[in-house]
Design a protein around this ligand. Structure first.
Ligand SMILES: Cc1cc2nc3c(=O)[nH]c(=O)nc-3n(C[C@H](O)[C@H](O)[C@H](O)COP(=O)(O)O)c2cc1C
Length: 254
């Protein structure tokens, strides 16, 4: 295909306009079951072709009336990107400091070195300390066309999950957070985000420093009901080998 104005092609930068999406490294259902929050990344950059596939998937998400109010600010290596990443890191420190104290991460089992709570605290601390180094920081946004409604997030968060699933499909990983909360005004000013735009989250992406693993949720039968609330249908049983978590909604027998 001939080069087009504005789409330079070199050996290092293949012509993406002519390229199909890269092949998935994992099937859809297995990818869904293994898209965990990834908070540690290697230094490996996420190449244009992978980012393009991930954002293509994001923008294929459903939204109310197919209005597609989602927008994605994708921050990588530029000067403003670095500033934005440092702002988010500052916000993350403040959010985590509050959560660490309010949720008692330094009390009870949090003081037991190998407890899930202590491990989570270490993971979070590492994330907060290194978030500015994440290869990619995405700010998923929603352009409001009316006063905020309780359900407006339903037109942006499916797109966020598509980001995470597409990243998983290509061997990358990420995590959605609300860690921009305290620095939103500064981010808006830096990046020119208009007032009618809701900054829905942050998503960091990169090559996982560890592996992918199964998500752990409550058993299917606790979360899916049939004709009567609280009563699971006979088919609502987890596949063999499913791993569970004690976190989540209170059980009926607890
Ligand atoms: C709405 C929402 C908000 C979240 N906020 C944060 C956050 O602020 N910080 C964080 O580290 N993870 C955040 N997460 C990631 C969750 O903590 C994570 O998905 C959950 O603990 C389950 O872990 P898993 O995805 O690895 O199975 C958020 C996820 C969602 C869906």
């Amino acid at each position: 295909m001939a080069d087009q104005p504005g789409s330079p092609t070199t050996d290092d930068a293949p012509d993406l306009a002519a390229a199909a999406l890269p092949a998935d490294v994992v099937g859809l259902l297995e990818g869904i079951a293994t898209t965990r929050a990834i908070r540690r990344y290697t230094d490996e950059p996420v190449p244009d072709a992978a980012l393009r596939a991930i954002l293509f998937a994001a923008t294929r998400a459903p939204s109310g009336s197919n209005r597609q109010p989602f927008r994605f600010v994708v921050l990588r290596d530029g000067e403003k990107a670095a500033q934005a990443k440092h702002l988010v890191a500052e916000g993350a420190r403040r959010v985590w400091a509050g959560k660490r104290s309010t949720d008692g991460y330094d009390r009870g089992t949090g003081t037991v070195d190998d407890s899930p709570k202590a491990r989570m605290a270490r993971t979070m601390q590492h994330y907060v300390d290194h978030v500015a180094e994440a290869p990619v920081l995405i700010l998923p946004c929603l352009v409001r066309y009316r006063e905020p409604t309780p359900s407006e997030g339903a037109s942006v968060y499916p797109a966020c999950q598509n980001v995470l699933l597409a990243a998983r499909a290509l061997g990358y990983g990420g995590v959605l957070t609300g860690m921009h909360f305290f620095v939103e005004d500064e981010l808006r000013a830096l990046l020119g985000i208009p007032p009618e735009v809701f900054v829905a989250a942050t998503i960091t992406l990169g090559r996982p420093a560890g592996g992918h693993g199964p998500v752990r949720r409550r058993p299917l039968g606790e979360l899916v009901f049939g004709d009567t609330w609280g009563e699971a249908p006979a088919w609502a049983v987890d596949p063999p080998g499913t791993q569970h978590t004690a976190a989540g909604p209170p059980r009926q027998d607890s």
